[in-house]
Design a binder for this molecule. Structure first.
Ligand code: NAD
Length: 262
């Protein structure tokens, strides 16, 4: 694989939280990064935090919109001359029980995460295959893709869809040297817009703790007794895409301080 220092990376939902940390880590390794998100100003501001237009570009793109996704990939190739690494990170969580979940809720969760990552992977794979240089696609799935949690049916189901996309695309794109892997984070409270935007309050109610204590609650149920930070997920993306893991594809890496193993 190309060294990370020469790669061009595209991270969806990267104006905030985990995606932003991933963009920063890849840029620190020398990669050029495209930060795609729903809000043009926030995407541009997040890119400017990393550096000038020669190293980082902010792009507005709703991953549920086929034309916008194609335009995002085209903008990446136009700006930096190619594409080598894609992170399907954009997401949201409504945190609703079965009886609370409307058809609109179900559709929104699946549009953004299952359909959105399908559209991004498809548009990116075309470039990766044509370049004949291999590459990486990483899905930020969730512990919830495997383990049941209460009151989160649509979110968890669409995370399981993403996890299966990892296996399917690893099989389909392997012959082109494209590795496809997933990361299953859990309990990344600090820095997460999902937690700040109402999910945290709902999870706190489910677990019977104050919202301000949610990070500590997640930490105490892990094996390592510590909170998981966006940077921990970003480090896992770096490792999966580094030359040292050049022969690993179709893998799901938990970044949850051991909660799934507990
Ligand atoms: P976040 O809200 O900080 O980041 C999500 C980003 O995705 C936001 O910037 C948002 O604007 C963007 N986004 C949402 N819908 C979009 C769309 N249609 N098109 C483009 N961008 C869109 O939250 P986060 O916690 O950093 O979550 C990032 C990813 O990690 C999500 O996929 C989430 O499900 C996953 N995840 C998070 C946790 C956690 O504990 N925080 C755990 C497991 C998985």
């Amino acid at each position: 694989p190309k060294p990370l220092a020469t790669r061009i990376a595209l991270v969806t939902g990267a104006a905030s939280g985990i995606g932003k940390a991933i963009a920063h880590r890849l840029a620190a390794e020398g990669a050029c990064v495209v930060i795609a998100d729903l809000d043009a100003d926030k995407a541009a501001a997040a890119a400017a935090e990393i550096g000038g237009p020669d190293v980082a570009l902010g792009v507005v793109a709703n991953v549920t919109d086929e034309a916008a996704v194609q335009a995002m990939v085209d903008a990446t190739v136009l700006a930096f001359g190619g594409l080598d690494l894609v992170v399907n990170n954009a997401g949201l969580s409504l945190s609703k029980s079965l009886l609370e979940t409307t058809v609109a809720d179900w559709d929104l969760q699946h549009d953004v995460m299952a359909k959105g990552s399908f559209l991004v992977s498809r548009a990116a794979a075309k470039v990766l295959i044509d370049q004949e240089l291999g590459g990486d696609i990483v899905y930020i799935s969730s512990k919830n893709s495997v383990f049941a949690g209460p009151n989160n049916i649509a979110y968890s189901a669409t995370k399981a869809d993403q996890a299966h996309q990892v296996r399917l695309l690893a099989a389909e794109l392997g012959e082109h040297g494209v590795k496809v892997n997933g990361i299953n984070p859990d309990g990344v409270v600090r820095g997460s817009g999902i937690f700040a935007g109402g999910w945290g309050a709902k999870r706190a109610a489910v677990y019977g703790v104050e919202e301000s204590e949610l990070g500590a609650y997640y930490a105490q149920r892990t094996l390592l007794k510590c909170e998981v930070l966006p940077e921990n997920v970003a480090n896992a993306v770096f490792v999966l895409c580094s030359a040292d893991l050049s022969h690993t594809t179709g893998l799901h890496v938990p970044v949850d301080a051991g909660v799934a193993a507990a």
